[in-house]
Design a protein around this ligand. Sequence first.
Ligand SMILES: NC(=O)c1ccc[n+]([C@@H]2O[C@H](COP(=O)([O-])OP(=O)(O)OC[C@H]3O[C@@H](n4cnc5c(N)ncnc54)[C@H](OP(=O)(O)O)[C@@H]3O)[C@@H](O)[C@H]2O)c1
Length: 274
Amino acid sequence: MKLTKGYNSKFWKDKVVWITGASSGIGEALVHELKDKGVKLVLSARRKSELERVRIQAGLSDDDCLILPLDLEKFTTLSELPGLVIRKFGRVDVLINNGGISQRSLAHETNLSTYQSIMNINFFGNISLSLALLPYFQNKNAGHIVSIASIAGKFGVPFRTGYSASKFALTGFYEALRAENTNHNIKITLVYPGFIKTNISENAYSGDGSKHGKVDPGIEEGIDSRVCAKKIISAIEMGKLETVIVRPKEKFAIFLHKYFLGLFSKLIPKAKVV
Ligand SMILES: NC(=O)c1ccc[n+]([C@@H]2O[C@H](COP(=O)([O-])OP(=O)(O)OC[C@H]3O[C@@H](n4cnc5c(N)ncnc54)[C@H](OP(=O)(O)O)[C@@H]3O)[C@@H](O)[C@H]2O)c1
């Protein structure tokens, strides 16, 4: 896969970038790609020990990094967190809503409570942080919100009914939020990755909410997380409205879904997605 060009270091200098899901996968890769750009980083996820591991491996000092554990599922507890970031660094410039959970179960084998948990983490947890920061961004007429959706938010993918729904929901929310906030100069970038090589399928929910615990072949052969992170960073720099980070066959699937829905709906049940 073609790599993006070098970063615009002036763009990043002294910015405060808050990354959720920073303890693993794409979020961890974003930390490594940003660590030498003169940014201050806020790392969030549930596992404090893993966030500390990422901070140490990235060579970040306490002066340049704030570890801010949070549970996106407990989305009503997040509203005070922007205040802690501003107290430490004096500002927030970019929020990357990356933390999330996937699903590997057929709809008829999935408990309603599992659907609810997916929506709480991937949708309500995600938008809660954006809503908590919104008045601050509106007051300063600046700010960039990035939301990591998925190719499963472009078309419905088998074994991921709840996951697809949560990622489609992000598109609706953020496109509407963008329209409401153009006068405030708030940038919103939606990111649609395809298969990226991370722990996503191991951590995914089975129907009863237990861990799937297996690596899908698609994920095993997926795009390297550092390549994905580079592309996200480049999209932020360019102020892109959205970016799709996929291999050619997933790109073709998006095309088929858009222009040949009948054919797409015959082919997608046969696609190897688990
Ligand atoms: N990998 C792919 O193929 C792919 C494709 C499309 C989109 N995505 C999206 O990319 C994002 C990152 O996933 P990944 O691939 O990097 O998977 P990953 O390796 O499983 O990482 C998921 C991250 O989300 C955090 N997280 C999960 N549940 C959380 C919760 N309740 N509260 C706070 N943080 C939580 C995890 O940290 P803790 O466990 O420490 O909380 C971890 O840091 C997700 O939104 C995913 O949907 C991934």
